[in-house]
Design a protein around this ligand. Structure first.
Ligand SMILES: NC(=O)c1ccc[n+]([C@@H]2O[C@H](COP(=O)([O-])OP(=O)(O)OC[C@H]3O[C@@H](n4cnc5c(N)ncnc54)[C@H](OP(=O)(O)O)[C@@H]3O)[C@@H](O)[C@H]2O)c1
Length: 231
């Protein structure tokens, strides 16, 4: 239970959104969930309906998230966006958040472990300047709508920022795999393999709810990995 009980709106009652709602309730928050059928083209998200919510958490799909963001920013609502597959529009969303004067947290992956994995990968990155080649592989369940995963793209960005080298990403879709990411660095003489394996979606849900608690009362556009130390 946190100090203040929040009124949260969760968009998407799928595999992740439903656990986000469960974790938020466990932490003492009031939660309302909206499904795709209630919200075609963001139609549910009027300023009047959104008025009493403290924050909106989006775990929908790449084809819906930008419309949802636009509607929530129009209503000046704080947002936590876990949905991936929209990062090509990042600059436009950042400007819209600034214009709306609201708080916004996005993250390719809300798991503490994945963000630690990014830091470990960054520490290993100098290998790319010492004769090692690298590649990223991501494996997810067959229903995942975007490829490569937002997490793989974020890992690619971490390594590119550290070394200037942009690694290839291979995407594999199999069964009900929650999410596995591997960075492989290989030289002629050895091989380093770093793997993060998500065992349950609860790890994402906990991070998302902590981000919602954190963003209340703040303004600005934040990447989850940059605020995780404050949660
Ligand atoms: N950041 C993270 O840590 C993290 C972790 C896990 C997943 N994700 C991302 O979160 C997103 C959802 O993942 P998931 O595995 O939960 O997918 P999912 O099981 O397919 O759930 C998505 C849900 O969103 C619903 N939806 C679609 N459009 C909507 C709208 N306009 N309003 C309300 N609901 C809508 C879908 O309903 P219908 O099925 O009826 O269309 C579905 O129930 C994906 O982009 C995924 O990559 C992020």
């Amino acid at each position: 239970m946190t100090a203040r009980s929040l009124n949260l709106l969760v968009l998407g009652r799928g595999k992740t959104g439903s656990i986000v709602a469960e974790v938020a309730r466990e932490r003492g928050h009031r939660v309302h969930c909206i499904e795709a059928g209630d919200n075609p083209d963001g139609a549910w998200l009027t300023a009047e309906r959104l008025r009493d919510f403290d924050a909106v958490l989006d775990f929908t799909e790449p084809g819906a998230v930008l419309t949802n963001i636009e509607a929530c920013l129009d209503a000046k609502k704080a947002m936590v966006v876990g949905t991936t597959g929209w990062y090509g529009e990042m600059d436009r969303v950042r400007s819209a958040v600034k214009k709306a004067g609201t708080g916004f947290v996005f993250g390719a992956n809300f798991s503490y472990g994945v963000n630690l994995f990014f830091e470990i990968a960054q520490a290993a990155a100098p290998a790319l300047a010492h004769g090692f080649s690298g590649r990223i592989t991501e494996r997810h369940h067959i229903h995942k709508k975007d490829a490569p995963s937002g997490t793989a793209v974020a890992l690619q960005r971490v390594l590119e920022q550290a070394t200037g080298v942009r690694l290839n990403i291979t995407s594999e879709r199999e069964g009900d795999v929650t999410g596995t990411h591997t960075l492989e660095l290989a030289s002629a003489g050895d091989r380093i393999v770093l793997t993060h394996e998500a065992k349950s979606r609860r790890t994402f849900a906990e991070g998302a709810v902590l981000a919602a608690e954190w963003i209340i009362g703040k303004t600005g556009f934040y990447d989850f990995k940059d605020i995780i130390a404050q949660l």
